[in-house]
Design a protein around this ligand. Structure first.
Ligand SMILES: [Zn+2]
Length: 531
């Protein structure tokens, strides 16, 4: 007998090989049989005629570090078919915690109404476990977090002792179960670190068998140099590299991904294990203050506010932005105020969804002044920037080295009242690839797209027994209608579930049934077994 029998399905096994007709039998948390299984052998039988059965999707770049604690059901992700979330990206992880960094972390926690009950990666992961989760969780440790623990938000090189301390903290997080280290080199404090410093820390990660995932030092005018640096770090530290949400940001930079991909192919030929990921949209999503030159953020929020209240400093920032001095990704000059749209504002709710150009015009003010004032009045301001080209998105997505990600945290439908508008990728990224780029545009074959969502990520991270449909593998499974699957989330209405996903199974338990979340919390926190 099997706990679940999936009958008459098209199996797309995640490896990229062509689909085949089979029944799939699940016992406990594993797939135990693929082949012909009589209906009478299943406690639960799912009729999957005309449906595709594939491995649960692995979101290689997510930001659910804190939201998974307030939303363990992970609705926005599980409803897309995502069964595993990779957290700790862009240099930020909620652990380890040390005195200097604690203040900024608490500011983050406040947004979610969470208390700080952990210090180490081990304790943080335990908290997720105790809280329960519908999806599996794969942690990375953030380099920015490590650096802030040792050096606060200071813009200088570490002393030898500080660097040693960073290495010790990194090694500890790796032995607590992290699968690698992430950097966010446009964000503070990661942007204050030079290549040598990152190489030194990556050597420790490499010895523990982890990967290096990077939001690189620039995705616009310095994109080429930034990719070169990521490759250099990979070579010097002998570490597997994942370039996060690869793109060419800024209208004036469109097309540069063709060049970066050539560089990546070349590095690959020379023996470096390097990949990249992408979300299927032409807009990015970040904090409003990330648009400032990084020195303005030195020392934390209070210092930032002091600076923005000072007229002379404002003039200096304006001059630097207009002339792209001290800043790498300058979406103000490279894309324009009309492409920058605040979507979350703490206190200026009525301005959400309007571009900075529109806002400035309606107020009869200079856009720079509006920009500074919005940062001052809104501690957690978020923006969507329409700064990529469709052609580039397709170039990156089509490439055999790329994987699919959301770059989003887990959300629920009710989060609209807490955080307002957001990027539609949170609810739609994976089904959008299958509906728009596989079925409508024919950019990818279905098998290829599924591979980018499953086995490639499992292999990259070294997650055993997941990302494939085969006997003995964990039963993380998505069952969907290839004719119907599609995202419905838009920039105007981002809180909207996709259609066409019938079932999602996590570790052998049905979590989504006929398109509805059952409330099942059968996800696991996965820990890297260090070598
Ligand atoms: Zn990022």
């Amino acid at each position: 007998m099997y706990d679940i029998v999936i009958k008459d399905s098209w199996v797309v096994d995640g490896t990229g090989t062509p689909r085949f007709k089979a029944d799939v039998g699940i016992g406990g948390e594993r797939i135990v049989k693929i082949g012909g299984i009589p209906i009478s052998k299943g406690d639960i039988v799912i009729d999957a005629k005309e449906l595709v059965v594939c491995p649960g999707f692995i979101d290689i770049h997510s930001h659910s570090d804190l939201s998974i604690l307030v939303n363990p059901k992970a609705e926005s992700k599980i409803m897309q078919g995502i069964t595993t979330e990779v957290i700790g990206n862009c240099g930020f992880s909620p652990a380890p915690v040390r005195e200097p960094a604690e203040k900024e972390l608490k500011r983050e926690l406040e947004k979610y109404g969470l208390n700080l009950t952990w210090r180490t990666m081990k304790e943080y992961l335990k908290r997720i476990e105790e809280n329960g989760t519908s999806v599996n969780v794969v942690p990375l440790v953030g380099f920015g977090t490590i650096r802030a623990c040792v050096m606060d938000y200071e813009n200088r090189r570490p002393t030898k002792d500080e660097l040693d301390e960073m290495k010790v903290l990194t090694e500890q997080a790796m032995s607590d179960g992290a699968f690698g280290l992430s950097t966010g080199l446009i964000y503070v404090p990661g942007c204050y670190a030079d290549t040598d410093e990152i190489v030194e820390v990556c050597k420790v990660v490499s010895q523990c068998g982890g990967i290096y995932a990077s939001h690189i030092r620039g995705e616009g005018r310095t994109l080429i140099e930034a990719v070169r640096e990521a490759i250099e770090i990979g070579k010097r530290a002998s570490i597997s590299v994942e370039i996060s949400h690869h793109k060419a940001a800024g209208v004036v930079n469109w097309g540069k991904v063709r060049e970066t991909i050539k560089m990546i192919e070349e590095a690959r030929k020379n023996g470096l294990n390097v990949n990249f990921d992408v979300y299927p949209y032409t807009a990015s999503h970040t904090s409003l203050e990330a648009l400032l030159p990084p020195w303005v953020l030195e020392g934390g929020r209070e210092r930032l506010e002091e600076r923005l209240q000072n007229h002379d400093i404002r003039e200096r920032i304006r001059y630097e932005l207009e002339n792209s001095i001290n800043i790498v990704d300058n979406c103000i000059t490279d894309s324009g105020w009309d492409r920058i749209v605040p979507v979350y504002l703490d206190s200026d709710k009525e301005l959400e969804g309007k571009s900075l150009e529109e806002i400035a015009k309606s107020m009869g003010k200079d856009p720079y002044d509006v920009f500074f004032e919005l940062i001052l009045r809104n501690k957690n301001a978020q923006v969507i920037i329409h700064e990529m080209s469709e052609e580039d998105v397709i170039t990156v997505m089509k490439h055999p080295l790329s994987m699919i990600c959301t770059d989003s945290e887990v959300l629920s439908l009710s989060d609209i009242s807490r955080i307002g508008l957001t990027h539609p990728r949170g609810f739609g990224a994976f089904p959008r690839v299958l509906g728009v780029y596989v079925r409508e545009k024919g950019v990818l074959a279905l098998e290829e797209a599924i591979k980018k969502m499953t086995s490639m990520a499992a292999k990259k991270l070294g997650i055993p027994g997941r990302g494939v449909i085969k006997e003995g593998a964990y039963a993380d499974i998505v069952i969907f209608d290839p004719q119907r699957i599609r995202d419905t989330a838009t920039f105007e209405n981002p809180y909207s579930y996709p259609v066409g996903i019938e079932y999602v199974i996590v570790n052998g338990k049905i979590t989504v049934e006929k398109g509805k979340h059952k409330g099942t919390l059968n996800g696991k926190v996965l820990r890297k077994i260090t070598q």
